[in-house]
Write a protein that binds this ligand. Structure first.
Ligand SMILES: C[S@@+](CC[C@H](N)C(=O)[O-])C[C@H]1O[C@@H](n2cnc3c(N)ncnc32)[C@H](O)[C@@H]1O
Length: 225
């Protein structure tokens, strides 16, 4: 089993051109000593500039991506090299982690790493970023047996059962949304073979991610016994 974990439509991106001159962005850029379009869009600092941005409610939360990645990359399954992690972002970039790569726990170091990767800096063997739609990522790179996406709008299923089904596959793909509010776009829904709801309540992506990996771990152990 190799579990492909995709955080989709994630709220991780560099400041887009249309906001580069906005007051909050320029102030932040000066404070950080970096050009506006080389810093991560972050609602904590750029909220006042983000109102008119398309899909604004889904963007500018790199902290959610950080916590989501920590939850997956700390698991035994990941440490054994059995999970591939891809962050697909709202503007259709993909950040791919090399096998077993650990990401910085410190947010400021994570931010620097992502700014370098998304800005096209060379030398990032552990983390590489490239332009790709979610469907190209799935079709050309991941090529999974089956794609299961998680959403409160999906059909109710027990996480344990999902874990059992997924663990029985060779190259499954799980998609969790890397955004704070809203739902998957029609494009994302289009790549999913099934859409699953695992709780009555909306949960944080990192909780869904960590529990999913744990269920797959337990089911894998059971299959191997
Ligand atoms: C903070 S939520 C996004 C907000 C959205 N209102 C929602 O609950 O789906 C982040 C991601 O966690 C996953 N998620 C959250 N609650 C879920 C649930 N009850 N069942 C399945 N997936 C869930 C989904 O993949 C979602 O895109």
């Amino acid at each position: 089993l190799v579990l492909n974990f995709v955080l989709a439509e994630s709220a991780l991106e560099l400041v887009p051109r249309e906001l580069a001159g906005a007051r909050a962005v320029v102030a932040d850029s000066k404070r950080r000593g970096k050009p506006p379009m080389e810093i991560l869009l972050d609602r904590s600092f750029h909220h006042s500039a983000m109102g008119k941005l398309k899909d604004s409610e889904k963007r500018g939360r790199p902290d959610l991506v950080h916590v989501g990645l920590l939850s997956v990359t700390g698991t035994p399954l990941y440490l054994d090299g059995k999970v591939r992690v891809y962050v697909h972002t709202w503007p259709d970039m993909v950040v791919e982690l090399a096998e077993k790569t650990r990401i910085p726990k410190n947010y400021l170091r994570f931010r620097g790493l992502m700014e370098d990767a998304l800005g096209g800096s060379e030398g990032g063997e552990l983390v590489k970023a490239y332009k790709s739609t979610l469907s190209d990522l799935i079709r050309r790179r991941v090529r999974p047996d089956e794609v299961t996406a998680f959403s409160i709008q999906g059909e109710t299923a027990k996480l344990e059962d999902v874990g059992m089904q997924v663990a029985a596959e060779k190259n499954p793909c799980l998609i969790v949304g890397g955004f704070p509010h809203g739902h998957f776009s029609p494009t994302t829904l289009g790549v999913a073979d099934r859409l699953v709801r695992v709780d009555e309540r909306p949960l944080e992506a990192h909780i869904v991610a960590a529990r999913l990996v744990y269920e797959v771990e337990k089911a894998t152990d059971r299959l191997n016994d």
